[in-house]
Ligand binder design. Structure first.
Ligand SMILES: [Zn+2]
Length: 316
């Protein structure tokens, strides 16, 4: 029987710092980042977005080799069909996975779709020779799908950030050089409700006695204030030894090219990067949005020990 493939999955609502976390982990010897693998059919094959290595996805040597190894040839893949399958498992559907009958229902609904990902992750491991594959798809649904595959040994990092910072980030206009257009925005109401729902679902699915050994919470503010310590903890969490990390000081990293075709524009960053907390939201988020976000998310704010009325860090 072949050895299981270790996948380190970053789960959590977008704008939580997942892209830079993924990038740093991907620099470690034996680790390889695939970015947001759940978008491979649309953002990769159909839209042909620019890979972090600088060429369009379909021209990227690494992805061409992976797809040929997995499926024989690029033109053998029906990306539209695969994308339609992905819609059969949305975040809300994963709650069915908590019930025995629901598990069977989801399994029947997805058919052979999870096996397509099995071929992909097997091909990534074989082409890159990596021990650990990092996937920052973030969706609880994609983690659920990976958990269905017996060949995958899944480790989940639950990345959590103050929802007021997330509300602000989802409102900010950010240009994505990978698409040539601005990144999507979300209303404060929608981002707050999504933050609440996603964190509850991730905890229900992974923070329990069956899974807890392979579940780790990482708080954004811990990661950005002591990145080296957090990366060391994550490396130990997946059973590896934290030596030869890409840090040149306790909060500076040296990044090379990667192959993420989707994610925050940070995926294109390379060279020496300083990891710093982004505190702009404290002064820039409108008071009414701060109040709205706090009212919607307060149960989990308390659970994660965020202040209901946060003070600007400069005043502390
Ligand atoms: Zn590439």
């Amino acid at each position: 029987m072949s050895k299981k493939i270790k996948v380190l999955y970053i789960a959590g609502l977008g704008r939580s710092g997942s892209t830079i976390l993924d990038k740093i982990l991907g620099e470690i010897d034996g680790f390889f980042s695939v970015g947001e693998m759940n978008y491979i059919w649309d953002r990769g094959l159909i839209e042909n977005r620019v890979c972090a290595c600088g060429v369009p996805f379909r021209e990227c040597k690494m992805w061409k080799e992976v797809l040929c190894e997995a499926f024989g040839a690029l033109d053998r893949i029906d990306a539209q069909k695969m994308q339609a399958f992905r819609e059969k498992i949305r975040t809300r559907h994963t709650l069915l996975g908590l019930l025995p009958r629901g598990k069977r229902f989801l399994s029947a609904r997805l058919g052979k779709y999870p096996n397509e990902f099995q071929r992909l992750y097997q091909a990534v491991q074989s082409i890159t020779g990596s021990k650990i594959i990092i996937d920052s798809s973030k969706f609880p649904s994609h983690a659920y799908l990976l958990k269905m595959l017996s060949v995958i040994d899944l480790y989940v990092i639950h990345l959590i950030r103050d929802p007021r910072a997330i509300t602000y980030s989802w409102q900010r206009k950010k240009f994505d050089p990978g698409t040539g257009i601005f990144m999507p925005t979300l209303s404060p109401l929608k981002s707050s409700l999504s933050w609440l729902a996603w964190n509850v679902i991730i905890e229900l699915l992974w923070n329990n006695s069956d899974q807890s050994a392979k579940y780790m919470q990482v708080h954004y503010q811990d990661f950005v204030t002591q990145p080296k310590v957090i990366i060391e903890n994550i490396v130990r969490f997946v059973g590896e030894s934290p030596s030869d990390l890409p840090f040149i000081s306790k909060n500076h990293v040296d990044l090379a090219h990667a192959h993420a075709f989707s994610g925050n524009p940070t995926r294109f960053h390379q060279g020496k990067i300083q990891i710093l907390p982004d505190t702009e939201w404290h002064s820039q988020l409108k008071l009414r949005y701060k109040i709205l976000t706090t009212l919607i998310t307060w149960p989990l704010l308390m659970r994660y020990r965020y202040a209901l009325a946060p003070r600007h860090p400069a005043l502390e």
